[in-house]
Design a protein around this ligand. Structure first.
Ligand code: FES
Length: 635
């Protein structure tokens, strides 16, 4: 089901010449402007490499700022609502003001020297990876070691410690192109040396190592341009859908940790090769890789024991930021790359959450906002520039179709939307007969069943007094295998009967209640009950497909105006990209992680109380106040 949104182009300063156009969600503002015949210059061909398409978002929802937005416009302007129209993807109705093009300072800074780039200028690229061309005259090589000759030609301050792999080939490389070599450094360390001039090639890879999906993005470190991206299922899924089953598998036999590590490495290698092939880039020219993910995924990639993550108090072995050489992993496709892992907050609140904070700038917000990743193990962060709190919501697998009789992942054949008044209307991914239901369809279905009165507030499917329902709906309420069920799609539609059973509804209640209670706990900690919670930002793969009104209707989210809930896409990957192109941002990730107070929910009476409250449909309890939480926690 393609969602359409309304884009309102407003004249300068909110003037009278507003033009409205309907556009597809996922299109860019520039695409919408073209349909509306609103002129927006795209000097660089809509590649995010200039500033000519600058717009200002006045109201409504838009996908979060891209790396190009931050690089070209600066985080200050992004916070004020400025975006590159060619990069800003539509997610809801929005009012936009095209801005007159500014000068191209972004390009000027790209041409500036390394020192200026390292200064962390608002629009600068600061990846830490530099590549310079060095000429080593043959006279300098006479009577001198190749090592000394090379270091004499490099900027002062470059470390004398050259990797053994470079020393082994140094003699040949220097002579291959008459003393002309390209030297790549990360910080002060030399990480690569090639014969001839290859300085135009320095790339980086941002990776969101998710429990279900591994998403990656290849970025040109010289321009900040995103060149290619990939997304693939995590091959570890065969050992279980959630983190706990991976931990259990890792502990079941001595060889399993290595097996999981090999699978993660294989997937990383594949993502790297896929992106490079697509962008026609040599994988060996990838010099920096930023990895985010939950602590379990990161531990498994690094081959670190995950036993401590499986038992209370679920402490990770390491939660600091790490930098390891790709060869140590080993990641053979990009042997010279520095692999930077962003820091984690706690055993179940990882680097992906920290990257999400980086991308959404929640730590700079004046009002109190929440970042919510709804998943098997959801994470919630709430706060503002004064204080930040985080917790993990043990939602279980229902949102990914797990433990739902005909549940499935969001894939071809999955019912992803449920609507209708007098009868059920389903949207199926791929426009094929339905073969199951995914999380967003499940939430929609429950919301509609509540709307129709098929579902009671306790979560019971009503099998009596069906005569008050439209006949088409009434015949969908059935009993089978000893329990009530509701038919979403009939076998005559081309597949099999797709039903939601009473047990399925109970599973959804458990999952949504965990998320609800986690948010409500943090509302109490952050003193953000009711209107004090300014915005809820949904992130992650699932958040993007969630219908906000359905999520509110079933009480997955606490009572808040629907327009205050926005999708922010894969904020984790965006944050990883930001840390990739900017060492300033990578350092900031550490500062943010240290600022977040982790709220442990396990064993908390206040959480239990909210969890029980959250089971019903719809949920209307007021969040506990801070003093009530303190009292409950002490009881
Ligand atoms: S057209 Fe150049 S950045 Fe959008």
């Amino acid at each position: 089901m393609t969602a359409f949104v309304t884009v309102r182009f407003q004249g300068p300063g909110g003037g009278p010449q507003a033009i409205e156009v309907r556009a597809r969600a996922g299109e860019t503002i520039v695409d919408a402007a073209r349909s509306a015949r609103v002129e927006i210059a795209t000097t660089c061909g809509a590649r995010g490499r200039c500033r000519s398409c600058r717009v200002r978002i006045h109201s409504g929802a838009i996908a979060p700022a891209s790396v190009q937005d931050v690089v070209r416009l600066g985080s200050e302007a992004v916070r004020e609502g400025f975006r590159l129209g060619c990069q800003a993807r539509l997610v809801g109705d929005v009012t936009v003001e095209p801005m007159p093009p500014e000068d191209e300072r972004g390009h000027q800074i790209l041409g500036a020297g390394a020192a200026q780039a390292r200064s962390g200028a608002a629009h600068g690229l600061d990846s830490g990876v530099e590549k310079i061309l060095v000429a080593i005259p043959s006279t300098a090589r006479r009577g001198e070691s190749d090592h000394d000759a090379l270091l004499a030609a490099l900027p002062a301050g470059t470390s004398r410690q050259l990797p053994l792999g470079i020393l082994r080939t140094l003699h040949a490389r220097i002579r291959e192109k008459a003393g002309l070599v390209s030297v790549t450094t990360f910080g002060e360390r030399v990480i690569d040396l090639e014969a001839g001039d290859t300085t135009a090639h320095r790339y980086g890879l941002a990776v969101d190592l998710g429990t279900t999906t591994i998403a990656a993005s290849l970025v040109d470190l010289a321009s900040g341009e995103s060149l290619a991206s990939s997304a693939a299922l995590n091959p570890q899924c065969v050992h279980g859908a959630d983190v706990m089953s991976r931990i259990a598998f890792a502990q079941a036999a001595a060889s399993h940790l290595q097996q999981l590590r090999a699978e993660a490495l294989g997937a990383l290698d594949e993502a790297l090769r896929d992106c490079c092939e697509h962008a026609k880039v040599a994988p060996a020219h990838v010099y920096k890789i930023v990895i985010v993910g939950n602590p379990c995924m990161v531990h498994l990639l690094l081959g670190i024991d995950v036993a401590s993550l499986g038992t209370a108090p679920y402490a990770p072995v390491v939660k600091d930021a790490l930098v390891v050489q790709a060869l140590q992993l080993p990641l053979k496709a990009a042997p010279r790359a520095e692999v930077c892992v962003l820091p984690a907050i706690a055993g179940f609140v990882g680097a992906d959450t920290v990257a999400g904070l980086l991308a959404t700038r929640l730590h700079e917000s004046e009002g109190i906002r929440a970042l919510v990743d709804v998943g098997t193990n959801g994470e919630v962060v709430m706060g503002n520039r004064d204080a930040l709190f985080a917790c993990s919501a043990p939602a279980g697998p229902a949102f990914e179709g797990g433990q739902i009789r005909q549940g499935m992942r969001s894939a071809r054949g999955a019912i992803e939307r449920v609507d209708g008044e007098d009868d059920v209307r389903c949207a199926v991914i791929g426009d094929v007969p339905a073969s199951g239901i995914c999380g967003s369809g499940l939430i929609d279905a429950c919301a509609r069943m509540l709307h129709w009165g098929v579902l009671g507030r306790s979560g019971r499917i009503r099998t009596r007094e069906l005569s008050r329902l439209p006949p088409a709906l009434a015949q969908r309420v059935q009993r089978g295998d000893g329990e009530a069920r509701f038919v979403l799609a009939w076998a005559e539609e081309g597949g099999e009967d797709i039903v939601l059973t009473q047990a399925d509804i109970r599973q959804l209640q458990l999952a949504k209640s965990a998320v609800y209670a986690a948010i409500a706990m943090l509302q109490a900690k952050a003193d953000a009950a009711g209107d004090r919670l300014e915005r809820v930002m949904l992130c992650g793969g699932f958040g993007n497909y969630l219908d906000v009104r359905s999520a509110l209707a079933i009480g997955l989210l606490p009572p808040i105006a629907a327009q205050s809930v926005v999708y922010v896409g894969n904020a984790a990957l965006l944050g990883a990209e930001m840390a990739l192109v900017s060492e300033t941002e990578r350092a900031l990730a550490g500062t943010i992680a240290a600022r977040v107070e982790h709220v442990a929910l396990g064993g908390s009476p206040a959480f239990q109380e909210l969890y029980v409250q959250g089971m019903g449909f719809p949920v209307r309890p007021a969040a506990l106040t801070r003093s009530e939480v303190a009292r409950a926690a002490g009881s």
